[in-house]
Design a protein. Structure first.
Length: 95
């Protein structure tokens, strides 16, 4: 069953966050992901979102692939690079 990781990102330190972005570049794809959307919120239509917040949506064929990506040693190492640089919320959505 296909699933999606939907991440919302609030960047506080762009320079430090760029090290994380470089470290994860292409990593999700190596676990079978397809990038669906990468963009910046330009307008909040309802709720407590923020203009400027980034949204990333990646499609995986299975929830197991998505979890393997997030639980990988490569991702965990990259995750440390963004500590204090951004607030990130990741959600797994099954289709």
């Amino acid at each position: 069953m296909a699933c999606y990781i939907v991440a919302t990102v609030r960047i506080h330190d762009a320079e430090r966050f760029s090290a994380y972005a470089l470290a994860v570049s292409g990593l999700a794809e190596s676990f079978g992901a397809q990038a669906i959307l990468k963009g910046v919120v330009t307008e909040v239509l309802e709720g407590p979102g923020l203009v400027g917040e980034r949204v990333v949506v990646s499609r995986f064929d299975t929830p197991e692939q998505a979890r393997a990506y997030i639980e990988s040693s490569e991702y965990r190492q990259a995750q440390k690079l963004r500590e204090g640089a951004a607030d990130v919320v990741m959600r797994l959505i099954n289709q």
